[in-house]
Design a protein around this ligand. Structure first.
Ligand code: M6R
Length: 609
């Protein structure tokens, strides 16, 4: 959470800082601030609320300096306010700092600093860092930063600016992302690539423990002991337009519509030319490797966790290996049974989710083999895992995950089929049939996206209900969970997903006249049972909207409305049924006037626990 930017060059820093922050606002949007070195003094401006509030304050008061730092905040310590917004400075005003993460020992440090006469202006953990640098500075800025890093515990990406050293910005990273963009006669710092992509493709992606000394014409990377590291330039392959809205009203709608391409990109080059097999060049698994694995965990958070639930189904069904799926925030605190015969797969769009990263590290510590499925090349999770497979979804900016989910599903399916190939648990005929259907999925998603009018109508009609229920069995249940999460997070409607068979064990008590129920009924093996559950809720006068495969003539007999998706194998249908659910959430949020891309209390990357 929180977005950080920094600029050093010949241009007015404020321009890049504000533009960069606007690209990072998805990381936090409680408040924002900038600091620019103006020679005589460091100019600081902050504003609670969205970046626009800061822009308003700067309208007639733009600083002219050419070195500066900025921050967009997602509050952890101290409520959103002007005072708690970053940057924070020391007592003298000579040093300023922006921070993403949590300084865990800040209370003890703060008490010590107060007893030595420091005056604090905010309730944040970050401010201790500014006062510490004031104490540690003895004329050598880098040495002072290194001393401060020895005193703080926790997670951080930090950028320091000193009025006494007007030709340099210093960054440090531990557990939170930080990228240095390399320009010509200017350099850029950011939490994430979208902030710098319009300026440069050449970057240094910092590793934990690294410190970057960023000047106008040079960037030096050292470790905490002060030794130079052998850092390689990472060339970003995304184009700048990919991180823009491209004519859509919201990033979420753009990303929903990008799914056919994202899914196609993710599967391309992973299917043999003759369509007979899955090729996973990133992995070199064989029968022995898989036989030796006696347990597979899939660990993730939020939407990625929902993709993991589908992944479990795929791997168990196709490759006949037992899989457990765990929430990353729970997994590492319950002493999981993990050893060198365990394969731990972590799924993360951003590759930076703190709990998922910690779960991965814990699994490695226990000797497990690890595989990351992530969208962001060079992310912390990608670098930490033994092996990585990337979803090629392109940048996902909206807080609500859409194309990340469908590309994760594609990869889980392909991975399961790849494992089945090795273990010979699926016949060649069946594999070819599944691959044929897989290849049709991008076009079928496009078809699903072409008919949004009924969904808009439902959203307008039911968008003001306070509760919505999602039901389904088998894979439909996993998709129902994702549909409910989408609705909750962007429209603030209370939405719950239930395995249809569970209804009569409690939840049916909540079904009363007029309550909308979204019923997914695509899984042939449990179709009749699902139908009975649908009748149960209909009998309680719920308004039931069905999601079914084309050709289903049964459901319409019982339901007020049915949304059809194209026909495919029931294993692959989640890739289609999730699309109307994403659109329903989107249009419900629009109906309610919600800020779709920046839902309240949330941020895109959860880099704090
Ligand atoms: O970047 P990650 O995939 O690790 O993020 C995990 C969750 O925070 C994320 O999926 C979240 O649940 C989405 N905002 C939901 O739309």
């Amino acid at each position: 959470m929180c977005g950080i930017v920094g600029y050093i060059g010949d241009q007015k820093a404020v321009k890049f800082l504000i533009d960069g922050l606007s690209k990072l606002e998805y990381r936090g949007y409680d408040s924002a601030g900038i600091a620019v070195d103006c020679g005589e003094e460091i100019f600081i401006e902050k504003a609670v609320g969205r970046l626009d509030a800061l822009k308003d304050k700067l309208k007639d008061n733009e600083p002219a300096g050419v070195i500066g730092i900025g921050h967009t905040r997602w509050a952890t310590h101290g409520r959103p306010s002007d005072r708690n917004a970053h940057p924070h400075s020391d007592c003298t005003g000579n040093f300023v700092v922006v921070h993403n993460g949590i300084i865990e020992n800040y209370m003890a440090l703060k008490e010590g600093l107060i007893s030595r006469g420091h005056k604090f202006l905010s309730e944040t953990d970050t401010e201790v860092v500014a006062h510490l640098i004031e104490e540690e500075y003895k004329g050598d800025f880098v040495a002072a930063v290194r001393s401060v890093l020895k005193k703080i515990e926790g997670s951080y990406s930090l950028v320091f600016m000193s009025r006494k050293d007007p030709d340099v910005l210093i960054c440090a990273k531990q557990d939170n992302p930080l990228v240095v963009g390399l320009g010509e006669g200017e350099n850029f710092i950011a939490s994430d690539i979208p902030a710098i992509i319009s300026k440069t493709r050449k970057t240094y992606i910092l590793n934990d423990g690294e410190i970057a000394i960023v000047k106008k014409n040079s960037v030096e990377i050292i470790d905490r002991q002060g030794n130079a590291t052998d850092k390689k330039i990472f060339n970003v392959s995304w184009n700048a337009e990919a991180a823009e809205k491209g004519g859509y009203e919201h990033f979420m709608l753009k990303e929903i519509n990008e799914q056919p391409k994202a899914v196609r990109d993710t599967m391309s080059k992973r299917i043999a030319k003759d369509g007979s097999a899955i090729t996973m060049d990133e992995l070199n698994w064989d029968e022995k490797f898989l036989d030796e694995i006696n347990k597979i965990y899939i660990v993730a958070c939020g939407t990625a966790y929902h993709a993991g639930l589908v992944g479990k189904f795929y791997i168990e069904k196709l490759a006949r290996k037992l899989v457990e799926v765990d929430l990353a925030s729970e997994y590492r605190y319950r002493d999981p049974i993990v050893d060198e015969k365990t394969l731990v797969m972590v799924i993360s769009q951003s590759g930076e989710t703190s709990d998922t990263l910690a779960a991965l590290k814990e699994s490695k510590r226990r000797g497990a083999k690890t595989l990351a499925i992530t969208n962001v090349v060079g992310s912390s999770i990608a670098r930490e895992a033994d092996q990585v497979i990337h979803t090629w979804a392109g940048p996902e900016i909206a807080v609500a995950s859409t194309k990340a989910y469908t590309t994760q599903l594609i990869l889980m399916f392909m991975l399961a089929l790849y494992m089945a190939q090795i273990r010979k648990t699926v016949s060649q005929e069946r594999e070819r049939e599944l691959i044929d259907m897989l290849k049709k999925i991008p076009a079928q998603i496009s078809e699903t996206l072409s008919d949004v009018d009924p969904i808009k109508t439902f959203a307008r009609k039911y968008g003001f209900n306070e509760d919505v229920f999602y039901i389904g069995r088998s894979l439909d249940y996993s998709v129902a969970l994702e549909g409910a999460l989408k609705l909750k997070e962007i429209s603030y409607i209370h939405a719950e997903a239930y395995a249809s068979g569970e209804l009569k064990h409690g939840t049916l008590a909540l079904i009363v006249e007029g309550v909308p129920v979204i019923a997914l009924a695509t899984q042939k093996s449990v179709y009749e049972k699902t139908l009975s559950n649908i009748k149960e809720v209909k009998a309680r006068d719920a308004v039931v909207i069905g999601i079914a495969a084309a050709g289903d003539t049964e459901l319409e007999k019982y339901l007020d409305h049915v949304i059809f998706v194209p026909e495919t194998d029931e294993l692959l249908i989640p890739l289609l049924t999730v699309v109307p659910l994403q659109l329903l959430a989107y249009y419900a949020a629009i109906t309610r006037g919600c800020d779709v891309d920046k839902p309240r209390n949330l941020a895109k990357s959860v880099t704090v626990e």
